[in-house]
Write a protein that binds this ligand. Structure first.
Ligand SMILES: *Cc1c(COP(=O)(O)O)cnc(C)c1O
Length: 492
């Protein structure tokens, strides 16, 4: 199994090298030269726990890791940090099935990949005899930041720097990041939006002089964003788990297809579903759900990706994104691995803010259905499902629910569906509580945590313990133009 770049052919790059490097030198993303095929049957899948299943899926991609090393990564990632041994349980409500990916330490789906990435990184360092300290540079729309900090804090031989949009994350998200402990961590609020943070980070990655300077100081950069293949691959596993759980719940006949609905921002989660399908998992449709920043919806309608538009701050901030990085990987696959074409399109995106795909590529997107929901619909959806079914969704999951609902009404498609639930409602208490009752209007997110706890059964997630009173450890705020300087100051 080798990896190449979406923008130029690279020979003989192993998985561990790709994980270590994060992004290709010309700015392309690493992709497997061919997608592996599953070497197990769907019936076998039903017997495995999450760790076994993750092992059987991930090993197909990362075949340069020895069995014992990969198993070590999996054992340490999917342990009691998660509040259930199922790791990614399927909750079947009356009208929909939810794959709950928020049972990890930061109560958002980023934990599924970021609890294992540090172990992959250390394994990759060892295999490639990399002696330098790895500096993880991360742009976050709110959830990646905390999940990456949680994963990398105090990991020897690594440092982690997180940039988040100062005014673009929820109170709980911000507090989770600013209270992060660990000498190797730095959290910075940027005066800009997520795309500014992500572009800034990509520019630092692409700055060869800067890399040389840091190399001399014994540092090498890598990424914890879903541009890193080490983040994408563990996400493929939970689609297999969703399938097995749907069969075991009696909702699907083994061998028949399911649909998946994914609340989408950077396109990593839904791309993992596309990989699962191409490996042999029966998935019919990918329902791609956006909020008011519906650049993906428009792209799926027209074949033109156009980021020249107003940017909105919404109630689903982790999806407030206009440049969906992982779409580049999908374009690579559906273009017949045409690196020249992808390079042109990405140059157009950078220079003109838009590109158009070919008709042939558009045909290959027929399995994708685009939908979107604004904040009003999102909140009405939260209320409706809570009132009628007693299931409380976060805002991102509700965007997905609204898209699923619209799709079924439009098409009558009765294929069993899984809605990917990407965050706990506790992470977006303000928006969720005011959606179900206007009486919560005007109260802060921290007060509302308690109120929410009264409403839903079960323990308050550990991640929320004393969230309101933990000491703030980080207070740096910077302009977009100062990001590089901040990095260089931290790395003495
Ligand atoms: C990151 C995130 C998303 C978007 O996932 P992508 O892989 O970037 O498409 C959706 N919901 C939540 C809660 C997230 O944290």
């Amino acid at each position: 199994m080798f990896y190449t770049s979406t923008r130029s052919f690279i020979d003989n790059m192993t998985a561990t090298k790709a994980i270590l490097q994060g992004i290709s030198e010309e700015g392309g993303l690493f992709v497997p030269t061919r997608l592996p095929q599953i070497d197990f049957s769907l019936e076998e899948l039903l017997n495995w726990d999450y760790k076994e299943l993750a092992y059987r899926v991930i090993r197909l991609f990362f075949d340069d890791m020895k069995e014992e090393d990969l198993k070590y990564c999996i054992e340490n990632a999917y342990d009691s940090k998660f509040d259930t041994d199922k790791i990614a349980p399927l909750a079947c409500a009356k009208s929909a099935n939810f794959l709950e990916l928020f049972h990890g330490p930061t109560i958002a789906f980023k934990d599924m990949a970021l609890s294992i990435l540090p172990y992959f990184m250390l394994t990759s360092k060892k295999y490639n005899k990399e002696e330098k300290d790895i500096v993880i540079l991360t742009a976050t729309s709110g959830d990646t930041g905390k999940a990456a900090l949680e994963g990398f804090a105090n990991v020897a031989g690594t440092k982690i720097i997180v940039f988040f949009p100062q005014d673009g994350v929820s109170d709980v998200q911000k507090r989770q990041m600013l209270t992060q402990e660990g000498d190797n961590t730095l959290v910075v609020g940027v005066k800009g939006n997520f795309d500014d943070c992500q572009t800034g980070v990509k520019e630092i990655f692409g700055d060869n002089d800067f890399a040389t300077e840091l190399n001399k100081k014994n540092y090498a950069f890598s990424s914890a964003n879903s541009i890193n293949i080490g983040r994408l691959v563990p996400q493929v596993a939970y689609y297999f788990s969703a399938y097995a759980q749907l069969v075991k719940a009696g909702k699907l006949e083994c061998g028949k297809p399911m649909n998946v609905t994914v609340p989408t921002g950077n396109f990593g989660n839904i791309l993992a579903a596309y990989y699962a399908k191409n490996m042999g998992l029966p998935i019919n449709k990918f329902l791609c759900a956006s909020n008011t920043n519906k650049v993906l919806f428009d792209f799926l309608q027209t074949g033109t990706y156009d980021r020249n538009r107003e940017f909105f701050l919404t109630a689903s901030p982790s999806m407030d994104i206009l440049i969906s990085s992982n779409l580049e990987r999908l374009l690579y696959h559906i273009s017949g691995e045409n690196t020249e074409l992808i390079k042109e399109m990405m140059a157009d995106l950078k220079e003109k803010g838009l590109y158009t795909i070919t008709d042939g590529m558009k045909e290959k997107l027929s399995d994708f259905y685009g939908g979107y929901a604004d904040d009003e619909i999102t909140k009405a959806t939260i209320k409706k499902v809570y009132d009628e079914e007693g299931y409380l969704m976060d805002t991102h999951t509700a965007v997905a629910y609204a898209t699923y609902d619209k799709y079924v009404k439009e098409t009558g498609d009765q294929t069993p569906n899984v809605i990917v639930s990407t965050a706990s409602p506790y992470k977006f208490t303000g928006s969720v509580m005011t959606a179900i009752d206007a009486q919560y209007e005007g109260k802060d997110d921290f007060t509302l945590l308690e109120e929410m706890h009264h409403l839903i059964k079960g323990d308050m997630p550990k991640a929320m313990d004393q969230i309101a009173t933990r000491p703030i450890k980080h207070d740096t705020i910077c302009e977009v133009s100062e990001m590089k300087h901040i990095v260089s100051q931290f790395l003495v």
